[in-house]
Design a protein around this ligand. Sequence first.
Ligand SMILES: [Fe+2]
Ligand SMILES: [Fe+2]
Length: 186
Amino acid sequence: MAVQNAMTADFLRSAYGGESMAHMRYLIWADVADKEKMPNIGRLFRAIAYAEYAHADNHFRELKEQKGDFTVPAGAIFGIGNTVENLQGGIDGELHEIEQMYPVYLETARFQNEKGAERAFHYALEAEKVHATLFKAAQDVARQGKDMDINDVHVCNVCGHTTTDGLPDQCPICGAKKEAYKIFAA
Ligand SMILES: [Fe+2]
Ligand SMILES: [Fe+2]
């Protein structure tokens, strides 16, 4: 069902903008990690960039009937530093989404009985929690001048759930089957 309420539509557009920019800067920071001889952290950035694409895709689809040209205000972290600094940018952005943005957007969608937006915001909120944890783990090893010791990274193309612990039978966030996972192979 199409989005009915202007506030939820605004939040979907803003979240789409935020996720789109997160997608792009993680790809840029992935290239920095590769240059610093941290290819596994580069791969983690690319996998999480794909998860942010999945979030942007969900938000965009919820708005499919709201056609037109909009100016979209959205928070975005800027700057290119070394990988330790870039990971801090990742952590800061994810924590903003986890602690401020998505809880408010989710409550608004619930209040306005916007089921599709509620699902899209719920998926993003839960996936971003995992992203913050993964970026912190990456930063701990990058601080020692080392690359992360990780195997394949799996990303659910429905909700953006991201894991380095092997392919799940079922997505713990959205319940999708394992075939929904995109593999960023080691
Ligand atoms: Fe994220
Ligand atoms: Fe999922």
